[in-house]
Design a protein around this ligand. Structure first.
Ligand code: NAI
Length: 274
């Protein structure tokens, strides 16, 4: 995500009173099909990742805060010949995501792929950044990733197979003015991922970070053309990224072929951070 100063308004959704969900998991379907959980799948990069993993033959469990866009994603995937379900969850709420992952993997009898994609920004310069904005971003972007990795470890160890892909940011690699909270959370994600890779590597589980640069999502659509032109000048490939640039990288790291790649940060930024 790019830095937007002054800080964008904080959109904190009301947590759902009861968990909205699509059809229950069909366990029989999953005997030979890998199950992939994707957070933040309602739009942007998460939606593209969910569609790509489904196109690659996985059964996708899409998680986000609102049911309607998730329902339309499931319909899109189904129309394209894939299979998917959704669950509504505010991943910022204590251990809600951990409990949901346990429930999903127990019902399905497996968990093969976890993509921690959901994220938020609350940008502002260091001296003006509130404790709340720091805590919110670390909670949603980093703490939820820890909670999810911890919950995924048991079913993945049981299956002696797992692919964890955490969506970081170039901001977490290089730092970025106005994003002390976001850069800290995304940098923390790198340390977390390397540790998970070391702890679980012997069980057939890999953990990697994909660190996007400037990617065209709802947020970058709102950028004024002049600012976009300035950004493009800083990118070696002279274009903003497409969500499909990110989902292609995730698809590789989530595949069986990537079994010897772990603890890595794959920067997908068109050369921005060079
Ligand atoms: P987006 O704002 O379009 O989508 C974010 C998704 O996360 C949505 O589905 C939203 O519902 C979900 N989400 C946010 N807070 C949540 C919560 N508390 N509980 C459940 N779901 C929640 O963002 P975008 O652009 O698709 O970014 C996705 C990921 O990629 C984020 O982690 C972001 O930090 C990262 N990223 C994006 C870049 C970009 O240029 N778009 C650049 C670098 C990193």
């Amino acid at each position: 995500m790019i830095c937007t100063i002054p800080a964008r308004a904080a959109h904190r959704c009301n947590p759902p009173r009861q968990r909205e969900a699509s059809h229950p998991i069909r366990r029989s379907l999953l005997i030979e099909t890998r199950l992939a959980i994707v957070t933040g799948a309602s739009r942007g990069l998460g939606r593209s990742i969910a569609s790509r993993l489904a196109a690659d033959g996985m059964h996708v469990m899409a998680i986000a805060r609102s049911a309607d866009p998730l329902q339309s994603l499931v319909e899109e995937i189904t129309a394209a010949g894939g299979t998917a379900e959704f669950r509504v969850c505010d991943i910022g709420e204590a251990n809600a995501l951990g409990e949901l992952i346990e429930e999903i993997s127990e019902t399905a009898g497996r968990l093969d792929v976890l993509v921690n994609n959901a994220g938020i920004t609350r940008d502002g310069l260091l001296m003006r950044m509130s404790d709340e904005d720091f805590d919110d971003v670390v909670n949603v972007n980093l703490r939820s990733t820890f909670v999810a990795c911890r919950a995924a470890a048991r079913p993945m160890m049981k299956g002696r197979y797992g692919r964890i892909v955490n969506i970081g940011s170039v901001s977490g690699v290089t730092g970025n003015p106005g994003q002390a909270n976001y850069a800290a959370a995304k940098a923390g994600m790198i340390g977390l991922t390397k540790t998970v890779a070391k702890e679980l590597g012997g069980k057939g589980i890999t953990a990697n970070v994909v660190a996007p640069g400037f990617i065209k999502t709802d947020m970058t659509e709102a950028m004024v053309p002049l600012l976009e032109q300035e950004m493009v000048k800083r990118i070696s490939t002279r274009r903003l990224g497409e969500p499909s640039d990110i989902s292609a990288a995730v698809a590789f790291l989530a595949s069986e072929e990537a079994s010897y790649v772990t603890g890595q940060v794959l920067v997908v930024d068109g050369g921005l951070a060079l």
